[in-house]
Write a protein that binds this ligand. Structure first.
Ligand SMILES: [Zn+2]
Length: 251
């Protein structure tokens, strides 16, 4: 079980043994289940239009990035979809393969297109950097003790499926997991680059997280996970602005 891949932009090496194709298939099933229980708000709605508009710009930025970095083969792995669902939860997520869901509860915080680009850029970055696959690979190594994924699937399909659900935070609700600190910082940076490539000022990420940090009460699991602490996160984001600005597309 030795397989290593590189995360785009940051270049960090990650342990990855789960084929992308398999993850995409598992994701699609979970995504369809979720949408059948949480019907998306129709396109006639202004907020839905905003989600689709911003999402498509970021998706285009991701594709451009992959093409310019010799990873054209990865572009076809994404069949982008952007949905808005009615929920008071402050949440959004992107499953592997480019299935993005935004909850209406976050819109009062994102306010404008650029604010929404911060959140969607961040969530899409988790997917592009394959953070779920990395987590699943790590858990496979621990739980299944180093057997190959093929053997694991043949012998323990239910357990493998369970690991997938854990890695992607799929349970009674989707996308409720808290990522590791490494993954959060990485998604912040990649997200900033993608939003800049999509034409949004990366500074907006700093003001968005500052406003999020100022909200009293319990933080939602993914977007406001307890680590990294808000202060460190904002500091890192601010430090990264000059790098992200290199990618800024002039509108
Ligand atoms: Zn995150």
């Amino acid at each position: 079980m030795t397989s290593c891949s590189k995360v785009p932009i940051t270049g960090r090496r990650q342990f990855n043994v789960v084929p992308g194709q398999m993850i995409s298939e598992m994701s699609l099933t979970s995504y369809q289940d979720f949408l059948s229980q949480n019907p998306p708000i129709p396109e006639s709605n202004k907020n839905t239009q905003q989600v689709k508009r911003v999402g498509q710009k970021i998706a285009q930025a991701v594709e451009e990035y992959l093409i310019h970095n010799g990873q054209q083969d990865k572009v076809s792995a994404y069949k982008w979809e952007f949905n808005l669902v009615e929920s008071p939860e402050v949440n959004a997520w992107c499953l592997p393969g480019g299935k993005v869901v935004v909850y209406t509860g976050i819109l009062p915080l994102t306010k404008d297109d650029a604010g929404l680009a911060v959140v969607m850029g961040h969530e899409i970055a988790h997917a592009v950097a394959n953070h779920g696959g990395e987590r699943m690979s790590q858990q496979l190594a621990v739980v299944l003790g180093g057997v190959s994924l093929d053997i694991a699937l043949q012998q323990k399909p239910a357990q493998t499926r369970e690991l997938f659900n854990m890695a992607y935070g799929i349970g009674s609700t989707l996308g409720t997991l808290a990522y590791s600190r490494t993954h959060e910082y990485e998604a912040d940076k990649l997200g900033m680059v993608f939003m800049a490539m999509a034409g949004y000022e990366p500074e907006r990420a700093v003001s968005f997280w500052e406003e999020m940090a100022a909200i009293p009460g319990q933080a939602p699991p993914e977007l406001l996970s307890t680590h990294p602490s808000s202060q460190n996160r904002i500091k890192e984001l601010r430090n990264y602005i000059p790098n992200a600005r290199i990618y800024l597309k002039k509108q």
